[in-house]
Design a protein around this ligand. Sequence first.
Ligand SMILES: [Zn+2]
Length: 83
Amino acid sequence: MTHTPVRECICCRTKAAKAELIRIVKNEEGIFVDRTGKQKGRGAYLCAACLENPRSAQKRPLDRAFRQKVPDKVYESLFGKEQ
Ligand SMILES: [Zn+2]
């Protein structure tokens, strides 16, 4: 039996296989998309639909996930782009 790790999108709460979600990581270098899935730090998962929709940023899902006020410029750099 294969176990597929499942994670929840922090924005829309949709559950999906970990591999289908995009990992956002927070570490000493900042908050950024972790393409490798191997970056150290606190991770949060977003589905592509949420990340590509600039309106998702208005819900400020990363503030909740990382328990801090995430600057607007971080949201602008991450959301509303083709993934
Ligand atoms: Zn989502």
